[in-house]
Design a protein around this ligand. Sequence first.
Ligand SMILES: Nc1ncnc2c1ncn2[C@@H]1O[C@H](COP(=O)(O)OP(=O)(O)OP(=O)(O)O)[C@@H](O)[C@H]1O
Ligand SMILES: [Mg+2]
Length: 263
Amino acid sequence: MLEARDLTVVHGSTAVVDGVSLTLPEGPYGLGLIGESGSGKTTVARCLSGLVTPTHGTVLFRGENVNGEDVSGEDVSGKDVSGVRRSDAYRRAVQIVVQDTEGALDPRMRVGTVITEVLRAHRMVPRGTERGRVTELLADVGLSAEHAARFPHQLSGGQRQRAAIARALAVRPRFLILDEPTSALDTTVQARILGLLNTLRTEHRLSLLLISHDLAVVEQLCRYVVVLHRGRAVEEGPLTDVLRKPRHPATRNLRDAVPRISP
Ligand SMILES: Nc1ncnc2c1ncn2[C@@H]1O[C@H](COP(=O)(O)OP(=O)(O)OP(=O)(O)O)[C@@H](O)[C@H]1O
Ligand SMILES: [Mg+2]
């Protein structure tokens, strides 16, 4: 499993993430991380995927501190008995997919090239067989082999998001962190992407952390939810309970912003 323990990230004099703990069990699973803009969701996601080192606290991947030091104080960043750097296993296992508008795909590279580079960097398939694997990955997300030759700007927003998911799947992750994956899409396309993620979760036994400010989106994929407010986890539990009896005003505000969900 993937676990954040007491994560704190300080920028300047502000703790933008303040003592957040959460656990993602092995999949299939779905945890929602919700909160207003600036509450620290992306920062937590970046800590979990190793892109940001927390000021305090730890991220544990299958019990190992991913920032190098074991909770017991021992350095575990070295090689394990099989000679594989543990951090490589972690880097493959945890993938992040961000909002399309944040330039998730390199605009200068064809979709097939992007995925091929990932396959090569992580030695996922024997050299020379990448093309077939790219086609399979694109099929997994509902794109055709022909899309491999396109540049990102030659795809629709929904197709670009599918391509970004295919790239994440290329390394056979166990945990997929989705940071506002459908916020840039209209509701019909959003619903299709959420349906796709639901299918992929089952087929690939993925554990999803779905970040959104939209409870209706989280409701599609997650039974459990953590609510962030000014860097703190102010509420957590089964989504239905949290919606029915929100204890924190921040949760009430999020809920009331979505007319489709009534208590
Ligand atoms: N590198 C940084 N340097 C300084 N401040 C930062 C940095 N990264 C994030 N912040 C601040 O931390 C706070 C939390 O940012 P974060 O991106 O995690 O919020 P968020 O919940 O993802 O918001 P949104 O819903 O708008 O995406 C914000 O006030 C942001 O300005
Ligand atoms: Mg964010």
